[in-house]
Ligand binder design. Structure first.
Ligand SMILES: Cc1ncc(COP(=O)(O)O)c(C=O)c1O
Length: 419
């Protein structure tokens, strides 16, 4: 991959495509075909047959679940370490999210725990490429095949990552990506769902586009032909769908960014290498493990503090005081977000309002994924989207100074999975 020194935040090509959309103007019955180009090229980049653009990388997973027929009475297995929306999409579909614990070193979903959590109601698994690192997909695909489950890769945080030589996004029945502002390629907000199965792609298209009867999986086919819809007796909606369309102007930005995706990934990888040099010399900051055969696309450079006498908040304060950018901690275990426990309470208090969850929704306050619970409070996610190498190098220097300021410790040396 090329080494970056400085790259623009928005590519010149993205600006040109935006101009193309504006020059075309906005018409109810026509488009400059940018969405079609983006769907086709994005899917092809990942070796997939179909791409369906969405307004964001949450709606993508919601459509995928609907297309896979997931609904009332079904369970969807998701990891404890992810953004809450990986779990809430199951609820949007009237299904129940079931949380699986993570691997103690990669922090991606544990295939063993997935297997333990399978029940006759399980219909789908959403493994997440967390912080840019793929989940261990082979055993997940195996368990899915054994139980006839749909696998939806949540790759919001991973573009051009690899799993045992395969591109992340080429493995599950569906793969979902987000173009939200913090992601590798962005148009502010947006997302895409890719897959190989025409029926699934058509189902996702209809789920995302008001259930219009005539839509197909063809690139850009998100509008009903005018000669049909002008007719007073045309029956438009044969299934229940949402409006998750991505505006063409956002698609224009995303198309430009797709054309320099390698450069964007090289930038993140170079920044991660700057941090890695510093972290490798410290025996109490333990990076997320990238197993052999994986390529991490480093949405963030993620480490955990393995010293009990170093407090997360104090470490962050020192880093910021020394001139570092504020970093994020890791998301709470998703089931600990109050929305889940509150829903469990509501189902108990008003069963008549939630008949589809009665006897099925766990009491999320009782759910526990102990591996992730032990690691989560100690995680540091350093940002990697620096568009100038000198700034990334400066941040790495500040990290080195921060580490130095805490001195060394004889305890909790590298090697223990959890301190
Ligand atoms: C792992 C993961 N999944 C899904 C999403 C949802 O994407 P979006 O914000 O585009 O809806 C995000 C974005 O925050 C994410 O990080």
């Amino acid at each position: 991959m090329p080494k970056m020194t400085m790259i623009p935040r928005v590519s010149p090509q993205a600006r040109r495509y935006v101009e193309e959309v504006l020059d075309f103007g906005f018409h109810n019955a026509g488009s400059p075909g940018i969405s079609a180009r983006l769907e086709e090229r994005f899917a092809a980049r990942f070796g997939r047959r179909y791409g369906v653009l969405h307004a964001n990388g949450t709606a993508t997973m919601h459509s995928a679940l609907l297309a896979a027929g997931v609904g009332v009475g079904d369970e969807v297995i998701v990891p404890a370490y992810t953004v809450a929306m990986t779990g809430t999409v199951a609820l949007y579909s009237n299904a129940v999210p079931i949380f699986a614990d993570v691997d103690p070193e990669t922090w991606t979903i544990s295939p063993e725990d997935v297997r333990r959590k399978i029940t006759p109601r399980t219909k789908a698994i959403i493994p997440v490429s967390i912080c840019g690192l793929a989940a261990d997909m082979d055993p997940i695909m195996k368990v899915a095949a054994d139980h006839n489950l749909t696998v939806i890769e949540d790759n919001a945080q991973c573009f051009l990552g690899k799993y045992k030589g395969r591109l992340v996004g080429s493995i599950g029945q569906f793969a979902s990506f987000s173009f939200q502002a913090s992601k590798h390629m962005t148009c502010g907000d947006g997302g895409i769902l890719i897959c190989d199965d025409e029926e699934l792609a058509t189902g996702a298209r209809k789920a995302a586009t008001a259930g219009y009867s005539t839509l197909t999986a063809k690139p850009g086919d998100n509008v009903v032909a005018e000669e049909l819809r002008c007719h007073p007796s045309f029956t438009r909606h044969t299934s229940l769908g949402y409006n998750f369309r991505l505006p063409e102007i956002a698609a224009a930005v995303a198309l430009g960014e797709l054309e320099r995706l390698e450069e964007l990934i090289a930038m993140r990888t170079t920044v991660a290498a700057c941090f890695s040099e510093v972290v490798d010399a410290c025996d109490w900051l333990i990076p997320q493990k990238t197993p052999d055969g994986y390529v991490n696309s480093f949405w963030t450079y993620t480490v955990r503090i393995a010293r009990d006498d170093v407090d997360w908040a104090e470490f962050r304060k020192k880093f910021v005081d020394l001139g570092g950018d504020g970093f994020y901690g890791a998301y709470l275990p998703v089931y600990r977000e109050p929305v889940f426990g509150n829903l469990s309470d509501a189902v108990k208090a008003q069963p008549e309002r939630y008949p589809h969850f009665v006897g099925l929704l766990p009491d999320y306050r009782q759910v526990s994924c102990p591996v992730w619970e032990a690691i989560q409070p100690r995680v540091i996610q350093l940002k990697t989207n620096y568009f100038e190498l000198s700034e990334a190098e400066r941040q790495a220097d500040v990290l080195a100074q921060t580490i130095q300021s805490f001195g060394s410790s004889g305890e909790n040396r590298r090697g223990s999975a959890v301190s």
